[in-house]
Structures are given as structure tokens and as C-alpha cells.
Design a protein around this ligand. Structure first.
Ligand SMILES: [Zn+2]
Length: 379
């Protein structure tokens, strides 16, 4: 749109001051412009990323920036710190801070990094001051093995626990496995109604090992694996909605354990994790990195929908090497819909209406992710 306006302006200008010389100058300028566009980084107007206003300032979603420029990144929700890494440049950002550390050197990015509806956003200037200067000159040629994203056509919906494994149990006896299954079924129906192919790891109350769940996901060649769980904490006061994605960071794992106080069965001991690290092959690394960035974007999309539709308290998007996620080679997220250990949340989670709302929010998050890529023509 912006490009078309610029072209129109150029044509008007040409019409007002006709002459061979002007035409030649314009032609020369066009050549220079086109020449630049092919060798330098894309300009702001050319990015297929939607900017939006926050406190009267323009912001970009950070995940979109990183996806577009193929920058590997990680978000530590406990330290509220973002690390971006590509080639030999590491950038660190702190939520609510307008200082970026570029290879340890502080840089003023004018406006603070924010979290808006569960999404990390960076000020418009950040692209020019950090991305263009430190990352664009090292952008490799577009490679087909690292597709930026895609529309979702097939999803595995995994209801956590089941059979003799009840999962967490609320103070009034609500069993996690029942809540998970009901929400998973509702989600499956909603997704199918939108034309998405759905497979469920279980559609009845039966026990399935975590390994089997991961195998089902890998065999089905689905686009995403969505695991539904309900949370539990020692403190009855902890409530909220959170989404996990797979990560290979040991620190995230130990922090997640320490902070969440989560006694859930899907957290595997660190020994499994260490063994799996040794088994990594180069190909697996590529698949893994790609899956992780897609998982983070989907996790954020689901949190946004839950916040927007239900006003839920969003505990955030977190990384954890859950076995059920770790074993899947496709992008995967684990949604913790609420705490059965919290009295009000347990009461809500008993309600079919509330479960339907949760299923609808998760469905909307998935559809928004999918639509985003369809609109951008990136699938
Ligand atoms: Zn669980």
C-alpha cells in the first residue's frame, strides 16, 4: 500500500514537470532504489508485520520480528528477560526497560519493551537501532528448510492424564483428567467445525503413557500438538492460565519446577532430559529450533485469546522440557487451563459453560495463528 502511494506520487510529480531530464533522474533514482532493495535489509514498510499503537507509540510483536529476520530467541518469564541470538550478536532486553544490551553494550531504544496481552512487543525504533544495524547485514539467503510458519491444517489434541492417573485433584475432588478430557473434546469439535483435521490421543477415560502420546503425534504428521492440562500448586491462592512450549534450556526447567511448585505427573526428572540432549543430531536441532519458535508464537496467540475473551489472569508463556512435548518432533504447546487447587477456579472448572469458553479461547488462539500466516502468504 505504501509502495503504491509512493509510485503514485512519483507519477504526479512527473506529470507536473515533464521533461527528459526529470524522467532520467527519476529513472536513475528508481534504479538506485531497486538496486538497494535487493542488497540491503528490507525497509519497515516492506515488513509483513503489523505494527500497532501502545501508549501512543508504535510497537512490533517481537516474535514476528525474530521470525522474519530468523533470529533465535528465548524469553525467561521469571527474570522477565529476552535473549536474542544470531551469529555472533547477542541482544538482551528487559521488560519495561528501554535499554537493550547488544553484546554487553547498553543502547537506548527510546521506548520500553512491553508485554501487551501476553505478547512481548518492542518499540518501532528497535528495528532500526538494533535489528537493521546488528542483524540485517548478516541475514543469510532465504532458505527453504526454515519456513517461517504455516497455516494449521491438522492438530493433535491431547487430554492430559487418564485412567488410573487422575492428574491433580482439587480440594472438593475435581479430577484433572476429567476436566482435561472434556475441554479437549470440546476443542476437537470446535476445530473440526472450522475445517481443521483433528486427532485425539485419547477420547475416553483411559491411561496412555507419555511416550505413546508423543508417538501418536509424530505418526500423525500433524502441524501442532496441543496438550490440555489443569494446574495444581501447594498454595491455594495461585490461579491463572499459562501455556508452555518446549525448550532446551536447563535453567528454564529448574526454575519452572521451583516457582510453579507443580507436582504434576508430566514433569519428568532431569536425567531423561540430559540423556535426550546427548542424542541430538544436527537434523534434530534444526527441527527442534523451528518447532520451538512456532510453539512460542502459538502459545502467545492462545494466551492472548484467553485474556481477550475471558479476561483470565495470564501467568505467561513459559518454556519447559515436559516429556510429552519433548518427545514430539512437531511444534507443541501445553495449556494449563487453570488451577484445581484454587477454590474458585476449581468451581469454575466444574462448569460446562466455563470449559466451553476455555475451549473456544484455545481454538481462537490456534485459528489466529493460522490466519496470521495465511494473510501474510507464508504458508
Ligand atoms: Zn497435568
Amino acid at each position: 500500500m505504501l509502495l503504491r502511494e509512493a509510485v503514485n506520487k512519483k507519477i504526479e510529480y512527473k506529470a507536473q514537470i515533464p521533461g527528459l531530464l526529470v524522467s532520467c533522474v527519476l529513472c536513475l533514482l528508481s534504479c538506485v532504489f531497486v538496486g538497494c532493495a535487493t542488497v540491503s535489509a528490507p525497509k519497515a514498510a516492506e515488513l509483513p508485520i503489523q505494527k500497532f499503537y501502545l501508549n501512543n507509540n508504535l510497537y512490533y510483536p517481537l516474535t514476528e520480528i525474530c521470525r522474519h529476520f530468523k533470529i533465535d530467541w528465548d524469553y525467561d518469564s521469571f527474570a522477565r528477560q529476552i535473549s536474542m541470538q544470531k551469529a555472533d550478536t547477542e541482544v538482551k532486553l528487559l521488560i519495561d526497560s528501554s535499554v537493550a544490551l547488544v553484546n554487553g553494550v547498553p543502547l537506548d531504544i527510546r521506548e520500553p519493551v512491553r508485554v501487551h496481552n501476553g505478547l512481548t512487543v518492542v518499540p518501532e525504533k528497535f528495528r532500526e537501532l538494533v535489528i537493521d544495524r546488528f542483524y540485517c547485514r548478516i541475514i543469510p539467503q532465504a532458505s527453504s528448510e526454515y519456513a517461517p510458519g504455516y497455516a494449521i491444517r491438522k492438530v493433535i489434541v491431547d487430554a492430559g492424564h487418564g485412567g488410573y492417573d487422575p492428574g491433580a485433584i482439587g480440594r472438593t475432588g475435581l479430577r484433572e483428567k476429567d476436566v482435561n478430557l472434556d475441554i479437549a473434546r470440546r476443542l476437537a469439535h470446535l476445530l473440526e467445525a472450522k475445517g481443521i483435521d483433528v486427532s485425539m490421543t485419547r477420547s475416553v477415560d483411559k491411561f496412555i503413557t507419555l511416550e505413546e502420546r508423543a508417538n501418536i503425534a509424530n505418526r500423525a504428521r500433524a502441524d501442532f500438538f496441543i496438550s490440555i492440562h489443569s494446574n495444581s500448586a501447594r498454595s491455594a491462592r495461585l490461579n491463572g492460565f499459562e501455556v508452555y512450549y518446549i525448550t532446551d534450556k536447563v535453567n528454564d526447567y529448574s526454575r519452572a519446577l521451583d516457582t510453579a511448585g507443580n507436582a504434576d505427573l508430566h514433569i519428568e526428572p532431569a536425567s531423561f532430559y540430559n540423556t535426550s540432549l546427548n542424542l541430538k543430531a544436527t537434523l534434530w536441532d534444526i527441527i527442534y529450533t523451528q518447532s520451538r519458535s512456532r510453539s512460542i508464537i502459538l502459545a502467545q496467540s492462545i494466551c492472548q485469546a484467553a485474556n481477550r475473551n475471558m479476561g483470565l489472569r495470564i501467568l505467561g508463556v513459559k518454556g519447559a522440557p515436559f516429556y510429552v512435548l519433548k518427545g514430539t518432533r512437531i511444534p507443541a504447546v501445553l495449556v494449563e487451563v487453570g488451577f484445581v487447587s484454587h477454590p474458585s477456579e476449581e468451581r469454575y472448572l466444574r462448569s460446562g459453560f466455563y470449559r466451553q469458553q476455555l475451549a473456544e479461547a484455545i481454538c481462537e488462539g490456534i485459528l489466529n495463528y493460522s490466519r496470521q500466516y495465511e494473510l501474510a502468504g507464508l504458508h
